[in-house]
Design a protein around this ligand. Structure first.
Ligand code: SAM
Length: 254
């Protein structure tokens, strides 16, 4: 069976399937089987590309079902409205979002760069109800529209500030105001470390996401820690990405 993931709720979900050249002849059968197994799947999308461009979105083809692929996804009790054809979203990262949320202390101001439809910001605000403020910056207009809707749907308007724009420009308003910076843009987060450091008040935490080979990650983390003068750092493997290559989060304490 081809690998697939499901995004959405019991009422309506979308299945995203990866079909290799070898499996192409069985494509119709695969789609039928997914829809038979998961009655709530209303559309089956086939991945046509890797994630690409600044917005990290794939191309898809609808193999079966409805054209409207907007869904409401629920994780850890909070709602996320989104359309996987217009925004980045990965349900497989929900455990990592909970890990970050559980690190946040009372009274913190948190900067979430590259915020997407808001899953990190919402996970944090739901888990640490005494967080002072979360600033969530995102460049994709569709994602920002969904993030605003998600903040409202989860009644977090008093905690989360949603900002449309480029992190490099929009963070300036928050320099020296944050206790923690989350940087979930694994292919090039490190290029924004100068901005993250400026966002911090007087020390704090930076959570930097990277894709690295197993044998390279420790050296990379050590180098960055030394470059930014981190007091300590921890490397956490988040998800497998390719053979011997993983997505990691490196937590730096400044
Ligand atoms: N944090 C979200 C999540 O976990 O679902 C989205 C992560 S996705 C890997 C990275 C996001 O960063 C995309 O939504 C993309 O549009 C956004 N992005 C990329 N470059 C950006 C920039 N310079 N400023 C603001 N957002 C940016």
């Amino acid at each position: 069976m081809a690998s697939y993931e499901i995004i959405g709720s019991r009422e309506k979900a979308v299945a995203i399937v990866e079909i290799s050249e070898d499996e192409r002849k069985r494509q119709k059968e695969i789609v039928k089987e997914i829809m038979r197994r998961h009655k709530h799947v209303k559309t089956v999308l086939k991945k046509l590309s890797e994630r690409k461009g600044i917005e990290r979105i794939r191309s898809y083809r609808i193999l079966a079902g409805e054209k409207n692929t907007e869904v409401m996804h629920v994780e850890y009790g909070y709602k996320l409205f989104l359309d996987p054809r217009k925004v980045y979203f990965s349900p497989r990262e929900s455990t990592e979002r909970q890990r970050i949320a559980s690190l946040v202390k009372e009274g913190e101001t948190v900067m979430v760069m590259f915020a997407g439809v808001g899953p990190f910001a919402i996970a944090i605000a739901k888990k640490q109800t005494k967080v002072e403020r979360i600033i969530a910056i995102e460049i994709n207009r569709h994602a920002v529209k969904y993030m605003k809707r998600n903040v409202k749907a989860n009644k977090l308007e008093d905690k989360i500030i949603v900002v449309l724009g480029d992190v490099r420009e929009k963070c300036q308003d928050f320099y020296g105001k944050c206790d923690r910076v989350v940087m979930p843009l694994p292919h090039k987060s490190e290029l924004f470390l100068d901005i993250a450091l400026k966002c911090l008040k007087n020390g704090g935490w930076i959570h930097l996401y990277v894709i690295k080979k197993e044998e390279d990650v420790e050296g990379f983390a050590r180098e960055i820690a030394s470059a930014i003068n981190a007091k300590e750092y921890f490397v956490k493997r988040v998800l497998p990405y390719a053979p011997r290559v993983n997505k990691y989060c490196i937590d730096f304490r400044l």
